[in-house]
Design a protein. Structure first.
Length: 254
């Protein structure tokens, strides 16, 4: 993104925030519990919202399992961001406000390798299968992508063959950082999470025939302390200008 384009995007973001904020009486602290998948994008976007609106956004980042556990335990946040299916589940459980779901971004699974390690062939599911069989150590996220890929490996008929060399991380742990530390030769997680990690080679998305697209959505807590300010933030995060940042960080607007 050129410097001029970046300035234009920032100006648009400020205008959107001011428009969204016009109905909110005073500055507030918005509490948000959010998935690591949107962390890179939102650490860039949220400061723009804060600067223009006067609100402060307190964010706790986590994996899907930890987010679900916190909300079910009664932890009160204004906004919860995780997978769309999880948001729908929490709404059905009456933990989030009914009909408050806002789809934010679509994410795909990516592949990274340790620098110097053999690169897997990502042409198709079949070539990936052969690369996995030849690999020394595989790292899977403890989130939705890891669960999904474990099922893919089972369908491929290689789950037992690669079991002893596959490490599935705890929920919320970074597969990219694990590869950077040398804990695996190949790592899989959301593209948006891999792009933010230094010390790895990002290789691209998993092949289309074994890919999974995950939608990340927001929901309002039914007891949200700052519901109007939270709605203004969500309006900002779904704006056309915000979409530019999403794409730059490996996500697609919903």
């Amino acid at each position: 993104m050129s410097a001029l384009t970046d300035r234009i995007v920032r100006m648009l973001l400020c205008l959107i925030v001011l428009t969204a904020w016009s109905g909110v009486a005073a500055a507030a602290e918005i509490k948000m519990l959010a998935s690591n998948a949107v962390k890179e994008a939102y650490t860039r976007l949220v400061p723009e919202f804060e600067k223009s609106s006067g609100h402060h956004v307190a964010i706790v980042w986590g994996g899907t399992a930890d987010i679900m556990k916190a909300v079910r335990a009664g932890e009160v946040q204004d906004i919860v961001i995780t997978t769309r299916d999880s948001i729908d589940t929490l709404a059905k459980e009456d933990k989030l406000a009914q009909a408050s779901r806002v789809d934010l971004a679509k994410s795909i699974i990516g592949v990274a390798s340790r620098p110097g390690a053999p690169k897997p062939n990502l042409t198709s599911g079949e070539t990936l299968k052969q690369s996995l069989l030849a690999s020394k150590k595989i790292v899977l996220s403890g989130g939705p992508s890891g669960v999904y890929l474990a099922g893919v490996f089972k369908k491929m008929g290689i789950a037992d063959q690669i079991k002893d060399k596959t490490v599935t991380l705890a929920p919320g742990a970074s597969a990219g950082e694990a590869v950077a530390r040398g804990e695996g030769d190949i790592g899989f997680t959301q593209v948006s999470e891999l792009l933010a990690v230094k010390g790895i080679d990002y290789l691209g998305p998993v092949p289309a025939d074994v890919q999974q697209v995950t939608t990340f959505s927001a929901g309002l807590n039914k007891n949200a302390p700052q519901p109007e300010a939270a709605k203004a933030l969500l309006k900002f995060l779904t704006s056309p200008a915000a979409a530019t940042i999403l794409k730059k960080t490996g996500l697609e607007p919903s």
